[in-house]
Ligand binder design. Sequence first.
Ligand SMILES: C[S@@+](CC[C@H](N)C(=O)[O-])C[C@H]1O[C@@H](n2cnc3c(N)ncnc32)[C@H](O)[C@@H]1O
Length: 226
Amino acid sequence: MSEQVDELESSELGTKEYWESSYDTEIRNYRDHGDVGEVWFDEDSQLRIIRWIEKQEDRISQDASIVDLGCGNGMMLIELAREGYSHLTGVDYSPKAIELAEAICKDQNLCISYKVVDLLNETAVHELGKFYVVHDKGTYDAISLHPEDSKKMREIYMKSVDSLLDDDGLFILTSCNWTESELVRSFEGIFELHAVVPTPTFKFGGSVGNVVTSVVFVKNKNNKTG
Ligand SMILES: C[S@@+](CC[C@H](N)C(=O)[O-])C[C@H]1O[C@@H](n2cnc3c(N)ncnc32)[C@H](O)[C@@H]1O
């Protein structure tokens, strides 16, 4: 990681306890009412990424290996499976999230591999192997809110993504906490910007901003740390 960005104020969303308790409730809601729970940053942001992936058919085949980091209820992978993608893996450090994701997947007769993995655990990450597409929606944001040394946690996360991504693979990241330029600065050195997936803009007081940012990174070929 090269250039500095200001750290975010820590929050309970940066703790495993928060997510375990949240998915505990979501599992009960799913069992009682069939409600799959929260799709973070709404279904449109998920759909925008799926449509972008589909347009890269010359690069991302339907049997390309795709991992979703911090998959939560796994709805991104469910939608990709419905679109015909077949080599799908979801990881989350919350066992309750994986339990929910596996239940939804089984009920829909889809084939997705799920694993409980802490992305800040280097050994566990290495055991996952390599993927052509690494996807993250909201998980880097959660890690950025870690109550203990968020800068260090973000650096470990970046190393994890570097280790998971094929040399010619694509890392697709959606954030609501960081702007495009902050993401580019934070990941500079390890990754470089390949594409920006357009997201809706709003205008306030004369300046234009985005509620969520979706960027696609590729490995920086000059990175010597990988
Ligand atoms: C904002 S939610 C996003 C969930 C899902 N990606 C979505 O878009 O609906 C953040 C997710 O990251 C997971 N998470 C946070 N820190 C993690 C870590 N160190 N390792 C693995 N998963 C983590 C949480 O359990 C939670 O499921």
